[in-house]
Design a protein around this ligand. Structure first.
Ligand SMILES: [Zn+2]
Length: 196
């Protein structure tokens, strides 16, 4: 199985930062992806960064890279986790919304079970945090037509790892304990999915 990590955005992406500007989503997504890849590689798994570049790479190009790997190895041999940080406002002011969520494309796919594994790991790793769920379709993930989920052939999920426009969430993400918890939940969720 090839585990692809998509660290969202780039240094040249406008916005996508805390209201005071010090927390940059692209940088934190990259930091998470590097640490998750390191842990999975230590376990002997084939984990790759979809976007090693610092600049933003278009969603079309990201999907092209995923589908090229799917074509080569088979879509059933690939999973994609797109890593992001959420925002509730327009980036100008601190907001109240907090918490962790995971998205899949609309409809029942193999991505749903990957998302469920990540939710279980998030609940274990983020006690006291708001784990944002949508059980209307019988599983916890939130279904949304994100481009990267809709245009990739393998099971694909997108994690929104707390909110960059909430002061408590940013403080947690910047703590050693907080970043470790976010890394752990991805590693544990992926390992659980691979064991199914
Ligand atoms: Zn994002």
């Amino acid at each position: 199985m090839i585990i692809l990590l998509d660290n969202g955005h780039g240094f040249d992406t406008p916005g996508k930062r805390s209201p005071d500007g010090h927390f940059r989503e692209y940088a934190y997504n990259r930091y998470l992806a590097f640490r998750i890849r390191e842990r999975l590689q230590q376990l002997g798994l084939d984990c790759r960064l979809l976007v090693p570049e610092r600049e933003d790479i278009s969603l079309q190009e990201r999907c092209r890279r995923v589908n090229k790997i799917c074509q080569r190895f088979g879509a059933g041999q690939v999973i994609l986790i797109s890593i992001h940080i959420n925002a509730a406002g327009n980036g100008q002011q601190w907001m109240d919304a907090r918490g962790w969520s995971c998205f899949t494309s609309i409809g029942e796919t193999r991505a749903d079970s990957l998302a469920t594994c990540l939710y279980e790991a998030a609940m274990a790793q983020l006690p006291g945090h708001n784990i944002r769920k949508d059980y209307t379709d019988g599983d916890p993930d939130i279904e949304k037509n994100f481009y990267i989920l809709r245009h990739t052939r393998c099971p694909a999920v997108l994690t929104e790892n707390l909110f960059m426009d909430n002061q408590e969430d940013v403080a947690f993400l910047e703590s050693a304990e907080g970043s470790q918890a976010i890394v752990n939940l991805h590693v544990e969720g992926i390992l659980h999915y691979l064991s199914l």
